[in-house]
Design a protein around this ligand. Structure first.
Ligand SMILES: NC(=O)c1ccc[n+]([C@@H]2O[C@H](COP(=O)([O-])OP(=O)(O)OC[C@H]3O[C@@H](n4cnc5c(N)ncnc54)[C@H](O)[C@@H]3O)[C@@H](O)[C@H]2O)c1
Length: 265
């Protein structure tokens, strides 16, 4: 029996990176997908990957900052696919602008709009469609939602804030058998981390650092001897929390970080 058979999952930021990985992994286990993203071409590619697993998919170009657009995308998806069981609030953005007091106001507001308010919009748009049998809300935070990331307080603050949102939602939605959990990835092999700007920040000693050059630096942050986790490792955590295997798990902060948050020294 597939672990998501008969279920429909809404995923934001589904056009690339982890959002795409969640869509494909949940589809492999039998879920139909409502996929939202700002990037139309990437979204179409993700949709093809979901269909390759024989599942249905409804896509919507929607910025999570725009509540009306998210509501419209969710409404179309639920009308077409007939139900909603899982909400994965995944869309997020980050940079490493520097000390808190130097962060540009627009950058700060943008981080709050996407990483915090966008999550709230996603839940707000989706919760009413979760059926009488309950459901699972999964909010993608970060290890930056557990410990500080110097130079990125706009991101750290938003990723901590969604934990408060999730805890509150878990209390509010528990009586409806809706579980609410956060997932906290460490470094992941997506464009958000594997990019030239990150390489340059982590290896200022090199003129043109590569992924291999930063791998040593990132590995030192971990208990396990790996530089980053793969997107599918996070998707497997999302799958578990979405599935009935996690039927009594709510209010959890599930860390997928190769030991980053537990490393001493
Ligand atoms: N990559 C990492 O190392 C890492 C670590 C911890 C947490 N995270 C979190 O995981 C989530 C996914 O990150 P990723 O690595 O897949 O990022 P990514 O940059 O690879 O992909 C993000 C996707 O979200 C979409 N998106 C961005 N802003 C959007 C918006 N306003 N509305 C709708 N879609 C939007 C992008 O178009 C893209 O398709 C984010 O919440 C991120 O903060 C990432």
């Amino acid at each position: 029996m597939l672990r998501m058979a008969g279920k429909v999952a809404l995923i934001t930021g589904a056009g690339a990176g982890m959002g795409r990985a969640h869509a494909v992994r949940l589809a492999e286990e039998g879920a139909d997908i409502i996929a939202l993203d700002v990037a139309e071409g990437a979204l179409a590619e993700s949709a093809m990957m979901v269909r390759a697993h024989g599942r249905r998919v409804v896509t919507a170009v929607a910025d999570v900052c725009d509540l009306a657009a998210v509501e419209a995308g969710v409404g179309t998806g639920v009308a077409e696919l007939g139900r909603l069981d899982t909400i994965v609030a995944n869309a997020g953005v980050t940079e490493n602008p520097g000390p808190s007091w130097t962060i540009d106001e627009n950058l700060w507001e943008r981080s709050m709009a996407v990483n915090l308010t966008g999550v709230w919009h996603t839940v707000k748009a989706g919760v009413a469609a979760l059926g009488p049998g309950g459901g699972s809300v999964i909010i993608i935070s970060s290890t930056a939602g557990i410990k500080a990331v110097a130079g990125a307080s706009h991101y750290t603050a938003a990723k901590h804030a969604v934990v408060g949102l999730a805890r509150t939602l878990a209390n509010e939605l528990g009586p409806r058998s809706i579980r609410v959990n956060t997932v906290h990835p460490g470094a992941v092999d997506t464009a958000m981390t594997i990019n030239p700007a990150t390489f340059a920040r982590l290896r200022p000693d090199l003129a043109a650092p590569t992924a291999d050059d930063v791998a040593q630096v990132l590995s030192r942050n971990h208990l396990l001897p790996v530089p980053w986790v793969e997107a599918v490792d996070v998707s497997n955590a999302v799958l578990f929390l979405a599935s009935d295997e996690a039927r009594y798990i709510t209010g959890l902060q599930m860390v997928v970080d190769a030991g980053l948050t537990q490393k001493v020294g």
